[in-house]
Design a protein around this ligand. Structure first.
Ligand SMILES: *Cc1c(COP(=O)(O)O)cnc(C)c1O
Length: 493
């Protein structure tokens, strides 16, 4: 398989090279030239466990890894770090199949890919005889940060630096990050929002002089954000896995389509679902759910992407994003894999904060539906599901469920629907508990954790227990202009 840059048709890479590099030159993203067909039946897949399904999907996309290499990566990632053997259980609530993606170490869906990325990356380094130390640069809206730290902590040959918006993450998310003990880790809050953090990281990636300096010092940058194809491909797996569980349970007939609803920020998770469909997963609609930062909803309804608007802090902070990086991969595709056209639009985004796609391109988006839910609707739907059968969802999943209700009301579509549940409610206890019982508002963050346990009858996850009393290790706060210098300081160069 060949991977190409979305901004330069001539820049190609093998899968392992693309994983190592993270980002292509000139800010482009690596995309597969073609997505191979999943030439194995759903009935066969239905009999496999998560690891074997992961192998089937990932071996098609990462074709320069040997079977032994890939299986070792998968075994290392999807083990008892997850609190269930199913890895990603599917539950039925509120008329939809809820795919719980938060059973990993840091209780958000980011664990699904970040558990395996360090294995993929170190294997890729070995395959490509890369002797430099890999420095992972990560911008986070809250969940990627801890999941990447947990994945890369003390992995030989790697260091990791994480930047999060100082006032833009939940208290539990922040505590998870700043208590990280790994010796090769660095965490800094920035006085800015997620887009500032992401832009700063991308700038360091595309700085040629900086790359040369790093090279001299024996370092090379890579990315743990979903701009890295090594994040996206492991995320295709759970859509195939979930579908085949539905087949196995008799909830859908093999080959019949489903809808997939994804609460979306950087557009990585929903793009992984789209890629899975290009591989052969039968999907009717991709329902893109946004919070008040509804730049994607506006894009799907008008064909114009416009980030020139107020950045709103919502109760679903991991989706507080105005520059959805992975949308670029979809734009490239609907332009007919046209790197020149895509580069032109991205240049416009860079310079004016917006771009408009052609009618021709718009036609290729017929499978996508976008809508949004505000914080009040989020609280309301959390309450509704709790009242229905005691099931408690987090604020991001709530955005998805609320948008799915809107979609059903508008279309009357009865297609069986899978909703990606992206975080444990324990990560956003304040918003979740007060949505159910506003009288608990005065309580402290960890008191609310105990309240949530009483309400949900779901045991407090290890990830939350272990940060209750953990000491703060990382205290750096910096301006976005200082990101490069704090990274250098961390590396001692
Ligand atoms: C990251 C995140 C999202 C958004 O996922 P994208 O791939 O960026 O679209 C949604 N919910 C939660 C809980 C997240 O951590």
């Amino acid at each position: 398989m060949i991977y190409r840059s979305t901004r330069n048709y001539e820049e190609t890479a093998t899968a392992s090279e693309a994983i190592l590099k993270g980002l292509a030159n000139e800010g482009g993203l690596f995309v597969p030239d073609e997505i191979p067909e999943l030439d194995i039946s759903f009935e066969e897949l239905a009999e496999m466990d998560y690891r074997d399904v992961a192998y089937e999907v990932m071996s098609r996309m990462f074709d320069d890894f040997t079977e032994t290499e890939l299986r070792e990566c998968i075994e290392g990632a999807y083990d008892s770090k997850f609190d269930t053997d199913l890895i990603a259980p599917v539950k039925y609530h509120h008329g939809a199949y809820i795919l719980e993606l938060f059973h990993g170490k840091t209780i958000a869906f980011k664990d699904m890919a970040l558990s395996i990325l360090p294995y993929l990356m170190t294997t890729a380094a070995r395959k490509n005889n890369m002797e430099k130390e890999i420095v992972i640069l990560t911008a986070t809206s809250g969940d990627t940060g801890k999941a990447a730290l947990a994945g890369f902590a003390d992995v030989p040959g790697t260091k990791i630096a994480v930047f999060y918006p100082k006032n833009g993450v939940s208290p539990i998310q922040e505590k998870q990050m700043v208590t990280e003990k790994g010796k090769n880790t660095f965490v800094a809050g920035i006085t800015g929002n997620f887009d500032d953090a992401q832009t700063g990281v991308k700038k360091m990636f595309s700085d040629k002089a900086l790359a040369e300096y790093m090279d001299e010092k024996g370092y090379v940058f890579s990315s743990a954000n979903s701009i890295n194809i090594g994040r996206l491909v492991p995320q295709m797996v759970y859509y195939v896995y979930a579908y085949t569980r539905l087949v196995k349970a008799g909830s859908v007939a093999a080959g019949d389509p489903i809808n997939i609803v994804v609460p979306t920020g950087n557009f990585g998770n929903i793009l992984a679902a789209y890629y899975a469909s290009l591989m052969g997963l039968p999907v009717r609609k991709f329902i893109c759910a946004s919070n008040d930062n509804k730049v994607l909803y506006d894009f799907f309804t008008t064909g114009t992407y416009d980030k020139n608007r107020e950045f709103i802090l919502t109760s679903s902070p991991s989706m507080d994003i105005l520059i959805s990086s992975n949308l670029e991969r979809l734009i490239y595709r609907i332009a007919g894999n046209d790197a020149e056209k895509n580069a032109e639009l991205m240049k416009s985004l860079n310079e004016t904060g917006k771009y408009e796609i052609t009618d021709e391109m718009k036609k290729n988006l017929y499978q996508f539906y976008g809508n949004f839910a505000d914080s009040e609707e989020v609280s309301e739907i959390i309450r509704t599901l709790y009242k229905e059968d005691g099931y408690i969802i987090d604020t991001h999943t709530a955005v998805a469920v609320s948008v799915y209700d809107k979609y059903k009301n508008e279309t009357d579509d009865k297609t069986p629907t899978l909703i990606a549940s992206t975080a444990s409610p324990y990560k956003f206890t304040r918003s979740v508990v007060t949505a159910i019982d506003p009288s608990l508002e005065e309580k402290g963050d960890f008191e609310l954790v105990d309240e949530l346990e009483a309400l949900s009858k779901v045991k407090i996850p290890q990830a939350v227990e272990e940060i209750r009393t953990a000491p703060v290790v990382h205290e750096t706060v910096c301006d976005k202009e200082e990101m490069e210098s704090v990274v250098k300081k961390f590396l001692g160069i």
